[in-house]
Design a protein. Sequence first.
Length: 127
Amino acid sequence: MAHTFSLELQELRKQYKSFVFCPIPLSTERISERGFNQVSELLRAAGLPFQELLIREKHHTPQSKKTREQRLITSQPFVYQPSTLKIKGENILLIDDVYTTGQTMFHAATCLLAQSPNKVQTFSLAR
């Protein structure tokens, strides 16, 4: 799968040269189940630099197991990692694998916007 998206991700890098790439994080429970964060691994396989700026503190039922209504009322699961890159004035590109209702991206962007970046944009591999 990583090879399939490598070329697309490398093109993305060209379009967003001035952006810090930030994958959507998984909870520690989900990492334990899978053994990896699929978005981080896709970026790594494509040879793209990225910063893990967020931590997913709250472990929720996977979005794929929820109804649309349940997804829309999900509480904020993310916190900014203050020990990472300071993002004030930076351009951030949030990257996720699948976009359904937009709640995950909304929560991640909201968390980052509190740190005063220049702008936050989003990219998903599938919708």
